[in-house]
Design a protein around this ligand. Structure first.
Ligand code: FAD
Length: 450
Protein backbone atom coordinates (compact mmCIF):
# COMPACT_ATOMS: atom_id res chain seq x y z
CA UNK A 1 0.00 0.00 0.00
CA UNK A 2 1.42 3.44 -0.79
CA UNK A 3 0.93 6.44 1.45
CA UNK A 4 1.29 10.20 0.97
CA UNK A 5 4.04 10.32 3.63
CA UNK A 6 6.47 7.89 5.24
CA UNK A 7 5.94 9.82 8.47
CA UNK A 8 3.29 12.33 9.43
CA UNK A 9 3.80 14.27 12.65
CA UNK A 10 0.90 15.84 14.52
CA UNK A 11 2.24 18.88 16.39
CA UNK A 12 5.09 21.22 15.50
CA UNK A 13 6.48 21.67 19.02
CA UNK A 14 9.77 20.55 20.57
CA UNK A 15 9.19 16.83 20.04
CA UNK A 16 7.44 17.02 16.67
CA UNK A 17 9.94 19.26 14.90
CA UNK A 18 13.02 17.41 16.18
CA UNK A 19 11.54 14.09 15.06
CA UNK A 20 10.41 15.34 11.67
CA UNK A 21 13.86 16.72 10.86
CA UNK A 22 15.71 13.60 12.06
CA UNK A 23 13.42 11.29 10.04
CA UNK A 24 13.85 13.51 6.96
CA UNK A 25 17.65 13.25 7.38
CA UNK A 26 17.26 9.50 6.89
CA UNK A 27 15.42 10.14 3.61
CA UNK A 28 11.83 9.79 4.85
CA UNK A 29 9.09 11.87 3.24
CA UNK A 30 7.72 13.81 6.21
CA UNK A 31 4.74 16.11 6.82
CA UNK A 32 3.91 18.06 9.99
CA UNK A 33 0.55 19.49 11.06
CA UNK A 34 0.70 22.46 13.43
CA UNK A 35 -2.47 24.32 14.35
CA UNK A 36 -0.71 27.12 16.21
CA UNK A 37 2.69 28.76 16.04
CA UNK A 38 5.73 26.64 15.23
CA UNK A 39 7.87 25.69 18.20
CA UNK A 40 4.99 24.69 20.50
CA UNK A 41 4.88 25.37 24.21
CA UNK A 42 8.61 25.76 24.80
CA UNK A 43 9.15 28.51 22.25
CA UNK A 44 5.82 30.32 22.41
CA UNK A 45 4.63 30.09 26.01
CA UNK A 46 7.16 28.10 28.01
CA UNK A 47 10.91 27.78 28.48
CA UNK A 48 12.06 30.54 26.12
CA UNK A 49 9.85 33.53 27.02
CA UNK A 50 10.02 32.50 30.68
CA UNK A 51 13.83 32.40 30.75
CA UNK A 52 14.00 35.83 29.08
CA UNK A 53 11.76 37.16 31.84
CA UNK A 54 13.97 35.47 34.45
CA UNK A 55 16.97 37.37 33.08
CA UNK A 56 15.04 40.63 33.30
CA UNK A 57 14.01 39.93 36.89
CA UNK A 58 17.66 39.65 37.98
CA UNK A 59 18.62 43.23 37.13
CA UNK A 60 17.49 44.91 40.38
CA UNK A 61 19.69 42.46 42.33
CA UNK A 62 22.62 42.98 39.95
CA UNK A 63 22.30 46.76 40.26
CA UNK A 64 22.38 46.43 44.05
CA UNK A 65 25.41 44.12 43.87
CA UNK A 66 27.28 46.43 41.51
CA UNK A 67 27.55 49.04 44.28
CA UNK A 68 29.69 46.66 46.31
CA UNK A 69 32.01 46.49 43.32
CA UNK A 70 32.53 50.23 43.14
CA UNK A 71 29.81 51.25 40.72
CA UNK A 72 27.48 54.15 41.31
CA UNK A 73 24.24 53.14 39.64
CA UNK A 74 20.75 54.49 40.14
CA UNK A 75 17.91 52.02 40.62
CA UNK A 76 16.52 52.48 37.11
CA UNK A 77 12.95 52.01 35.99
CA UNK A 78 11.26 48.94 34.65
CA UNK A 79 8.80 49.08 31.77
CA UNK A 80 6.62 45.97 31.29
CA UNK A 81 5.50 46.66 27.68
CA UNK A 82 9.13 47.15 26.60
CA UNK A 83 10.13 43.79 28.07
CA UNK A 84 7.09 41.93 26.77
CA UNK A 85 7.46 43.38 23.24
CA UNK A 86 11.10 42.31 23.22
CA UNK A 87 10.23 38.83 24.54
CA UNK A 88 7.42 38.32 22.04
CA UNK A 89 9.66 39.70 19.25
CA UNK A 90 12.23 37.03 20.04
CA UNK A 91 9.50 34.38 20.01
CA UNK A 92 8.49 35.60 16.52
CA UNK A 93 12.10 35.38 15.35
CA UNK A 94 12.31 31.79 16.60
CA UNK A 95 9.04 30.88 14.81
CA UNK A 96 10.73 32.00 11.57
CA UNK A 97 13.86 29.96 12.34
CA UNK A 98 11.75 26.84 12.91
CA UNK A 99 10.00 27.39 9.57
CA UNK A 100 13.38 27.67 7.80
CA UNK A 101 14.65 24.54 9.55
CA UNK A 102 11.64 22.59 8.27
CA UNK A 103 12.09 24.01 4.75
CA UNK A 104 15.80 23.12 4.74
CA UNK A 105 14.97 19.58 5.82
CA UNK A 106 12.27 19.37 3.14
CA UNK A 107 9.60 18.69 5.70
CA UNK A 108 6.19 19.86 4.54
CA UNK A 109 4.21 21.97 7.02
CA UNK A 110 0.42 21.85 6.99
CA UNK A 111 -0.69 24.70 9.26
CA UNK A 112 -3.93 23.10 10.43
CA UNK A 113 -5.50 20.89 13.07
CA UNK A 114 -5.03 17.17 12.43
CA UNK A 115 -7.45 14.44 13.41
CA UNK A 116 -7.44 10.68 12.88
CA UNK A 117 -9.98 9.32 10.39
CA UNK A 118 -8.52 5.83 10.66
CA UNK A 119 -5.17 4.55 11.83
CA UNK A 120 -3.31 5.55 8.63
CA UNK A 121 -5.50 8.50 7.59
CA UNK A 122 -5.71 12.01 8.97
CA UNK A 123 -7.93 14.95 8.22
CA UNK A 124 -5.61 17.98 8.29
CA UNK A 125 -7.74 21.07 7.94
CA UNK A 126 -9.75 20.31 4.79
CA UNK A 127 -7.22 17.87 3.39
CA UNK A 128 -7.04 14.09 3.81
CA UNK A 129 -3.53 12.68 4.15
CA UNK A 130 -2.27 9.15 4.61
CA UNK A 131 0.97 8.05 6.24
CA UNK A 132 2.84 4.82 6.84
CA UNK A 133 3.91 5.94 10.33
CA UNK A 134 2.28 8.62 12.44
CA UNK A 135 3.81 10.44 15.40
CA UNK A 136 1.55 12.14 17.92
CA UNK A 137 3.39 15.08 19.48
CA UNK A 138 0.45 17.29 20.46
CA UNK A 139 1.77 18.46 23.84
CA UNK A 140 -0.41 19.58 26.71
CA UNK A 141 -2.31 22.53 28.09
CA UNK A 142 -2.99 23.99 31.55
CA UNK A 143 -6.07 22.79 33.42
CA UNK A 144 -8.28 24.90 35.70
CA UNK A 145 -9.98 23.08 38.58
CA UNK A 146 -13.74 23.62 38.45
CA UNK A 147 -14.07 23.23 42.24
CA UNK A 148 -12.99 26.81 43.06
CA UNK A 149 -15.74 29.42 42.66
CA UNK A 150 -14.67 32.16 40.26
CA UNK A 151 -11.83 30.12 38.75
CA UNK A 152 -12.60 31.73 35.36
CA UNK A 153 -11.01 34.95 36.67
CA UNK A 154 -7.61 33.30 37.00
CA UNK A 155 -4.89 33.22 34.38
CA UNK A 156 -2.48 30.42 33.48
CA UNK A 157 1.13 30.63 32.36
CA UNK A 158 -0.17 30.85 28.77
CA UNK A 159 -1.71 34.27 29.39
CA UNK A 160 1.02 35.79 31.52
CA UNK A 161 3.13 36.52 28.43
CA UNK A 162 0.33 38.62 26.95
CA UNK A 163 -0.75 40.76 29.91
CA UNK A 164 -0.81 44.39 28.72
CA UNK A 165 0.20 45.63 32.18
CA UNK A 166 2.38 44.28 34.94
CA UNK A 167 0.17 42.96 37.75
CA UNK A 168 1.38 44.98 40.74
CA UNK A 169 -0.16 42.43 43.11
CA UNK A 170 0.09 38.84 41.89
CA UNK A 171 -1.20 35.76 43.62
CA UNK A 172 0.12 32.36 42.55
CA UNK A 173 -1.91 29.32 43.51
CA UNK A 174 0.28 26.24 43.88
CA UNK A 175 3.87 25.34 44.52
CA UNK A 176 4.96 23.58 41.32
CA UNK A 177 8.09 24.68 39.49
CA UNK A 178 6.32 26.91 36.98
CA UNK A 179 4.41 28.72 39.74
CA UNK A 180 7.58 29.23 41.77
CA UNK A 181 9.42 30.55 38.73
CA UNK A 182 6.71 33.10 37.97
CA UNK A 183 6.51 34.09 41.65
CA UNK A 184 10.24 34.91 41.51
CA UNK A 185 10.07 36.63 38.12
CA UNK A 186 7.28 39.00 39.14
CA UNK A 187 8.82 39.54 42.57
CA UNK A 188 12.11 40.48 40.91
CA UNK A 189 10.29 42.85 38.56
CA UNK A 190 8.81 44.66 41.56
CA UNK A 191 5.33 43.14 41.96
CA UNK A 192 4.01 42.18 45.36
CA UNK A 193 3.72 38.38 45.15
CA UNK A 194 1.71 36.06 47.38
CA UNK A 195 2.05 32.33 46.78
CA UNK A 196 -0.54 29.99 48.23
CA UNK A 197 0.21 26.30 48.78
CA UNK A 198 -1.78 23.46 50.34
CA UNK A 199 1.17 21.79 52.06
CA UNK A 200 4.14 23.09 53.99
CA UNK A 201 6.67 23.17 51.17
CA UNK A 202 6.89 24.16 47.53
CA UNK A 203 8.35 21.96 44.76
CA UNK A 204 6.94 18.55 45.61
CA UNK A 205 9.03 15.74 44.11
CA UNK A 206 12.37 17.52 44.45
CA UNK A 207 14.99 16.81 47.14
CA UNK A 208 13.81 18.04 50.55
CA UNK A 209 16.92 20.16 51.22
CA UNK A 210 16.48 21.84 47.84
CA UNK A 211 12.80 22.50 48.53
CA UNK A 212 13.50 23.98 51.95
CA UNK A 213 16.34 26.19 50.76
CA UNK A 214 14.55 27.53 47.67
CA UNK A 215 11.49 28.24 49.81
CA UNK A 216 13.47 30.08 52.50
CA UNK A 217 15.38 32.08 49.93
CA UNK A 218 12.27 33.02 47.97
CA UNK A 219 10.72 34.29 51.18
CA UNK A 220 13.91 36.17 52.06
CA UNK A 221 13.71 37.84 48.63
CA UNK A 222 10.17 39.02 49.37
CA UNK A 223 7.71 36.39 48.12
CA UNK A 224 4.95 36.06 50.70
CA UNK A 225 4.19 32.36 51.12
CA UNK A 226 0.96 31.13 52.68
CA UNK A 227 1.28 27.46 53.60
CA UNK A 228 -1.51 25.00 54.46
CA UNK A 229 -3.84 27.35 52.67
CA UNK A 230 -6.39 26.80 49.93
CA UNK A 231 -8.35 29.17 47.72
CA UNK A 232 -12.09 29.00 48.30
CA UNK A 233 -13.43 31.68 45.98
CA UNK A 234 -12.23 34.37 43.59
CA UNK A 235 -14.43 37.34 42.80
CA UNK A 236 -13.86 40.59 40.91
CA UNK A 237 -14.08 43.62 43.21
CA UNK A 238 -13.58 47.38 42.85
CA UNK A 239 -9.88 47.17 43.46
CA UNK A 240 -8.95 43.91 41.72
CA UNK A 241 -9.73 40.27 42.41
CA UNK A 242 -10.74 39.36 45.94
CA UNK A 243 -9.48 35.91 46.81
CA UNK A 244 -10.96 34.11 49.80
CA UNK A 245 -8.42 31.77 51.34
CA UNK A 246 -8.85 29.09 53.98
CA UNK A 247 -5.76 28.58 56.12
CA UNK A 248 -4.75 27.32 59.56
CA UNK A 249 -6.16 30.50 61.17
CA UNK A 250 -9.49 30.33 59.33
CA UNK A 251 -10.63 32.39 56.35
CA UNK A 252 -9.01 35.58 55.07
CA UNK A 253 -9.26 37.63 51.90
CA UNK A 254 -6.43 38.97 49.80
CA UNK A 255 -6.83 41.39 46.88
CA UNK A 256 -4.72 40.86 43.77
CA UNK A 257 -4.51 42.31 40.26
CA UNK A 258 -3.99 38.87 38.80
CA UNK A 259 -4.31 35.34 40.12
CA UNK A 260 -2.14 32.76 38.39
CA UNK A 261 -2.68 29.05 38.54
CA UNK A 262 0.13 26.62 39.00
CA UNK A 263 -1.19 23.88 41.22
CA UNK A 264 -3.47 22.18 38.86
CA UNK A 265 -0.95 21.16 36.28
CA UNK A 266 -1.41 20.36 32.66
CA UNK A 267 -3.08 17.67 30.62
CA UNK A 268 -2.41 16.24 27.13
CA UNK A 269 -4.14 17.87 24.13
CA UNK A 270 -6.18 14.83 23.14
CA UNK A 271 -9.61 16.44 22.63
CA UNK A 272 -10.95 15.96 19.11
CA UNK A 273 -7.89 14.06 17.97
CA UNK A 274 -10.03 11.15 16.74
CA UNK A 275 -8.07 8.60 18.79
CA UNK A 276 -11.25 6.52 18.99
CA UNK A 277 -10.65 5.72 15.30
CA UNK A 278 -7.39 3.99 16.22
CA UNK A 279 -6.29 1.39 18.75
CA UNK A 280 -4.12 3.93 20.61
CA UNK A 281 -4.65 3.55 24.36
CA UNK A 282 -5.12 6.46 26.72
CA UNK A 283 -4.35 5.90 30.41
CA UNK A 284 -5.13 8.65 32.95
CA UNK A 285 -5.60 11.15 30.14
CA UNK A 286 -2.19 10.47 28.54
CA UNK A 287 -1.19 8.31 25.56
CA UNK A 288 0.28 4.99 26.73
CA UNK A 289 3.64 4.19 25.08
CA UNK A 290 6.52 1.79 25.58
CA UNK A 291 10.20 2.79 25.79
CA UNK A 292 10.32 3.03 22.00
CA UNK A 293 7.46 5.58 22.19
CA UNK A 294 5.24 3.05 20.41
CA UNK A 295 1.50 3.06 21.18
CA UNK A 296 -0.84 0.07 21.19
CA UNK A 297 -1.16 0.61 17.41
CA UNK A 298 2.16 -0.59 15.96
CA UNK A 299 2.72 2.18 13.41
CA UNK A 300 1.57 5.06 15.67
CA UNK A 301 4.05 6.58 18.11
CA UNK A 302 3.77 9.39 20.67
CA UNK A 303 6.35 11.62 22.34
CA UNK A 304 6.52 14.58 24.70
CA UNK A 305 3.90 16.06 26.98
CA UNK A 306 1.03 14.02 25.51
CA UNK A 307 2.51 10.91 27.14
CA UNK A 308 2.85 10.33 30.85
CA UNK A 309 6.64 10.61 30.99
CA UNK A 310 8.81 13.53 32.07
CA UNK A 311 7.40 16.79 30.72
CA UNK A 312 10.51 18.64 29.61
CA UNK A 313 11.62 19.93 26.22
CA UNK A 314 14.87 17.93 25.97
CA UNK A 315 12.97 14.76 26.93
CA UNK A 316 10.41 15.31 24.13
CA UNK A 317 13.29 15.91 21.69
CA UNK A 318 15.26 12.86 22.77
CA UNK A 319 12.18 10.61 22.67
CA UNK A 320 11.45 11.83 19.14
CA UNK A 321 15.01 11.42 17.89
CA UNK A 322 15.29 7.94 19.43
CA UNK A 323 12.09 6.99 17.59
CA UNK A 324 13.41 8.37 14.27
CA UNK A 325 16.81 6.69 14.72
CA UNK A 326 15.09 3.38 15.45
CA UNK A 327 12.35 3.41 12.83
CA UNK A 328 14.06 5.31 9.98
CA UNK A 329 17.75 5.05 10.88
CA UNK A 330 18.01 1.32 11.40
CA UNK A 331 19.32 1.66 14.98
CA UNK A 332 17.65 0.41 18.14
CA UNK A 333 17.43 3.35 20.51
CA UNK A 334 15.57 3.06 23.76
CA UNK A 335 14.66 6.25 25.58
CA UNK A 336 16.24 6.32 29.03
CA UNK A 337 14.52 8.27 31.78
CA UNK A 338 17.38 7.74 34.24
CA UNK A 339 19.42 10.72 35.34
CA UNK A 340 17.43 13.33 33.44
CA UNK A 341 18.72 16.67 34.76
CA UNK A 342 16.34 19.55 35.32
CA UNK A 343 16.42 23.10 36.62
CA UNK A 344 14.07 25.39 38.47
CA UNK A 345 14.67 28.95 37.34
CA UNK A 346 13.69 30.52 40.62
CA UNK A 347 15.77 33.15 42.41
CA UNK A 348 17.93 31.49 43.59
CA UNK A 349 18.12 28.93 40.82
CA UNK A 350 18.07 25.22 41.59
CA UNK A 351 19.01 22.19 39.53
CA UNK A 352 19.07 18.49 40.07
CA UNK A 353 19.99 15.15 38.52
CA UNK A 354 19.44 11.62 39.75
CA UNK A 355 17.82 10.42 42.95
CA UNK A 356 16.66 12.64 45.78
CA UNK A 357 17.92 11.68 49.24
CA UNK A 358 14.51 10.20 50.11
CA UNK A 359 14.40 8.14 46.89
CA UNK A 360 17.95 6.89 47.47
CA UNK A 361 17.19 5.89 51.07
CA UNK A 362 14.08 4.04 49.96
CA UNK A 363 16.05 2.13 47.34
CA UNK A 364 19.40 1.62 49.07
CA UNK A 365 18.54 1.99 52.79
CA UNK A 366 21.52 2.58 55.09
CA UNK A 367 24.01 2.28 52.24
CA UNK A 368 23.38 5.92 51.37
CA UNK A 369 25.87 8.61 52.31
CA UNK A 370 25.02 12.27 51.84
CA UNK A 371 27.62 15.00 51.27
CA UNK A 372 26.46 18.57 51.77
CA UNK A 373 28.14 21.91 51.38
CA UNK A 374 26.53 25.25 52.12
CA UNK A 375 28.59 28.39 51.61
CA UNK A 376 28.51 32.02 50.61
CA UNK A 377 29.85 32.31 47.06
CA UNK A 378 32.72 34.76 46.64
CA UNK A 379 30.57 37.01 44.43
CA UNK A 380 28.34 38.01 47.38
CA UNK A 381 31.18 39.02 49.72
CA UNK A 382 31.73 42.53 48.33
CA UNK A 383 28.01 43.35 47.96
CA UNK A 384 27.70 42.23 51.61
CA UNK A 385 24.83 39.84 50.91
CA UNK A 386 24.14 36.68 52.85
CA UNK A 387 23.11 34.69 49.74
CA UNK A 388 24.10 31.04 50.11
CA UNK A 389 24.71 28.18 47.73
CA UNK A 390 23.86 24.59 48.63
CA UNK A 391 25.36 21.53 46.98
CA UNK A 392 24.51 17.97 47.78
CA UNK A 393 25.78 14.62 46.55
CA UNK A 394 24.10 11.32 47.30
CA UNK A 395 26.32 8.27 47.16
CA UNK A 396 25.73 4.51 47.35
CA UNK A 397 28.45 3.34 49.76
CA UNK A 398 28.32 -0.23 48.42
CA UNK A 399 29.44 0.77 44.93
CA UNK A 400 30.67 4.34 45.61
CA UNK A 401 28.39 5.41 42.72
CA UNK A 402 26.98 8.94 42.84
CA UNK A 403 23.19 8.52 42.76
CA UNK A 404 22.11 12.14 42.84
CA UNK A 405 23.48 15.69 42.63
CA UNK A 406 21.47 18.71 43.71
CA UNK A 407 22.24 22.39 43.89
CA UNK A 408 20.64 25.70 44.84
CA UNK A 409 22.54 28.81 43.85
CA UNK A 410 23.76 30.90 40.94
CA UNK A 411 24.37 29.00 37.72
CA UNK A 412 22.95 25.77 39.19
CA UNK A 413 21.54 24.75 35.79
CA UNK A 414 24.87 25.32 34.03
CA UNK A 415 26.81 23.40 36.68
CA UNK A 416 24.41 20.47 37.04
CA UNK A 417 24.35 19.99 33.25
CA UNK A 418 28.03 19.02 33.43
CA UNK A 419 27.60 16.92 36.57
CA UNK A 420 24.78 15.06 34.77
CA UNK A 421 27.28 13.65 32.27
CA UNK A 422 29.24 12.18 35.18
CA UNK A 423 26.11 10.55 36.62
CA UNK A 424 25.03 9.27 33.22
CA UNK A 425 28.39 7.56 32.79
CA UNK A 426 28.20 5.98 36.25
CA UNK A 427 30.83 8.13 38.01
CA UNK A 428 31.82 7.21 41.56
CA UNK A 429 32.55 9.58 44.43
CA UNK A 430 36.22 8.64 43.93
CA UNK A 431 35.94 9.87 40.32
CA UNK A 432 34.52 13.17 41.58
CA UNK A 433 37.38 13.42 44.13
CA UNK A 434 39.98 12.65 41.45
CA UNK A 435 38.71 15.49 39.27
CA UNK A 436 40.69 18.72 39.63
CA UNK A 437 38.54 21.74 40.45
CA UNK A 438 38.36 25.05 38.62
CA UNK A 439 39.40 27.77 41.03
CA UNK A 440 37.90 30.08 42.06
CA UNK A 441 34.43 28.84 41.20
CA UNK A 442 31.38 27.47 42.96
CA UNK A 443 31.42 24.35 40.79
CA UNK A 444 34.72 23.17 42.30
CA UNK A 445 32.84 22.40 45.50
CA UNK A 446 31.31 19.35 43.77
CA UNK A 447 34.79 17.77 43.51
CA UNK A 448 36.03 18.71 46.99
CA UNK A 449 33.16 17.59 49.22
CA UNK A 450 34.17 15.50 52.22
P1 FAD B 1 4.47 21.15 22.61
O1 FAD B 1 5.75 21.89 22.58
O2 FAD B 1 3.39 21.68 23.46
O3 FAD B 1 3.97 21.08 21.10
C1 FAD B 1 2.74 20.53 20.74
C2 FAD B 1 2.21 21.27 19.52
O4 FAD B 1 1.15 20.52 18.94
C3 FAD B 1 1.64 22.63 19.84
O5 FAD B 1 2.31 23.61 19.08
C4 FAD B 1 0.16 22.54 19.45
O6 FAD B 1 -0.33 23.72 18.87
C5 FAD B 1 0.19 21.42 18.44
N1 FAD B 1 -1.07 20.65 18.33
C6 FAD B 1 -1.80 20.12 19.34
N2 FAD B 1 -2.82 19.38 18.84
C7 FAD B 1 -2.73 19.46 17.49
C8 FAD B 1 -3.47 18.90 16.43
N3 FAD B 1 -4.47 18.04 16.65
N4 FAD B 1 -3.13 19.23 15.17
C9 FAD B 1 -2.08 20.06 14.90
N5 FAD B 1 -1.31 20.59 15.88
C10 FAD B 1 -1.63 20.28 17.16
N6 FAD B 1 10.68 22.45 29.79
C11 FAD B 1 12.03 22.51 29.96
O7 FAD B 1 12.74 21.58 29.57
N7 FAD B 1 12.63 23.59 30.57
C12 FAD B 1 11.91 24.67 31.00
O8 FAD B 1 12.47 25.63 31.54
C13 FAD B 1 10.49 24.63 30.81
N8 FAD B 1 9.73 25.69 31.19
C14 FAD B 1 8.40 25.67 30.96
C15 FAD B 1 7.65 26.77 31.33
C16 FAD B 1 6.29 26.80 31.13
C17 FAD B 1 5.50 28.01 31.52
C18 FAD B 1 5.66 25.66 30.51
C19 FAD B 1 4.17 25.67 30.28
C20 FAD B 1 6.39 24.57 30.14
C21 FAD B 1 7.77 24.55 30.35
N9 FAD B 1 8.56 23.45 29.99
C22 FAD B 1 9.91 23.49 30.19
C23 FAD B 1 7.94 22.22 29.40
C24 FAD B 1 8.13 22.20 27.88
O9 FAD B 1 7.66 23.39 27.32
C25 FAD B 1 7.37 21.00 27.31
O10 FAD B 1 7.79 19.83 27.97
C26 FAD B 1 7.62 20.84 25.80
O11 FAD B 1 7.26 21.98 25.09
C27 FAD B 1 6.85 19.62 25.29
O12 FAD B 1 7.03 19.48 23.90
P2 FAD B 1 5.95 18.71 23.02
O13 FAD B 1 6.54 18.61 21.66
O14 FAD B 1 5.52 17.48 23.71
O15 FAD B 1 4.66 19.65 23.01
Amino acid sequence: MSYDYDLFVIGGGSGGIATARRAAEYGAKVGVAEVGRLGGTCVNRGCVPKKLMVYSSHFPGLIEDSRGYGWTVSDGQFDWPTLMNAVNGEVGRLNGIYQRMLDNSQVELLPHYAKFVDSHTLMVGEKTVTADKILIAVGGKPVKPSSIAGIEHTITSDEIFHLPEQPQRLMILGGGYIGCEFACILNGLGSEVTQVIRGDHILRGFDDDIRAMVQESMQAHGVKLLTQTEPVAIAPGEDGLTVTLKGPEGEETVVADAVGLAATGRRPNLDNLGLENTKVEVVNGAIAVDQYSQTAEDHIYAVGDCTDNINLTPVAIQEGRSFADTVFGGQSKLMSYENVPTAIFTTPEAATVGLTEAEAREKYGDAVKVYRSKFRPMYYVLPGKEEKTLMKLIVDTNTDKVLGAHMVGDDAAEIIQGVAIALKTGATKADFDATVGIHPSSGEEFVTMR
